[in-house]
Design a protein around this ligand. Sequence first.
Ligand code: NAD
Length: 269
Amino acid sequence: MANPAMLTTLSASPTAVVTGGESGIGLATLIRLARAGYAVFSGDLRLDPANDAVLAELAIHRQVCDVRREADVQSLITTAHGVTGRLDVLVNNAGVALVKPITEVTEAEWDRCLDTNLKAAFFGCKHAIPLMKANDRGGAIVNVASNAGLLPRAHDPVYSISKHALVGLTKSLALCHSVDRIRINAVCPGPVGDTGMVNADLMAASDPTAMAEQFIAASPLARAFRRMITPDEVAQAIEYLISDAALLVTGTMIAIDGGKSLGVPPKGN
Ligand code: NAD
């Protein structure tokens, strides 16, 4: 999905790789970073034709990439570096839900959830860090975790486990690679409207309106403002974490969850 003229214009720009860019938070992040002047490279399981026009206009390079496969993640990162000669930002965003009690989870479902939500970030960090190390200014990695990575949830324990582990990966690698001037942080969103993840839940519900109200009610500020978080609100937090304003920020989790991970909310409203 890249033409040579487009790739020439990207040459030497600050460079960002984003996984899971065809929908929801990833799509909002691609658009925000491209508008901020980054050369943006996106990888996803499938390229959605509905995104063709807007992403082509922003000169965003897209390729098919299954983040559960190391070779795919490596190819995405080396393509970006090959075009611009640098790698500044990696956003490990691709993720899948798994809503089931542990006693009903199959080994294949466990693997799909953990491989997408956790192992893919390991692949990304493994291949991005050496390229960022070669950069005088280092680099910034943002992992898209979840409020479920801060406070476990009873209805989706394996998803919660995957996001807790992603938070652990973030802190551990942040510590290891501060010496390389590489900052590694996470955002912990939810509930985020206009995403494939939330839309799938709503479509599967017998009463989608009641389910949307339930999502909103579970987050104190979402309840107070009577809406979910937007994908672009999460993208703005990612943009902050990769910016110079956060040059000395690493190993931190920004919860963009309207206070959902704080504890049991007050009654009312
Ligand atoms: P989404 O379904 O809109 O986007 C997820 C994207 O990841 C999709 O484009 C999908 O095709 C891609 N993807 C899935 N498996 C992949 C794979 N193996 N390889 C490459 N791409 C793959 O949902 P979203 O809410 O935008 O999800 C983005 C991230 O945000 C996920 O990590 C999710 O866990 C996290 N998150 C979402 C919410 C929410 O309320 N929507 C809350 C907390 C965390």
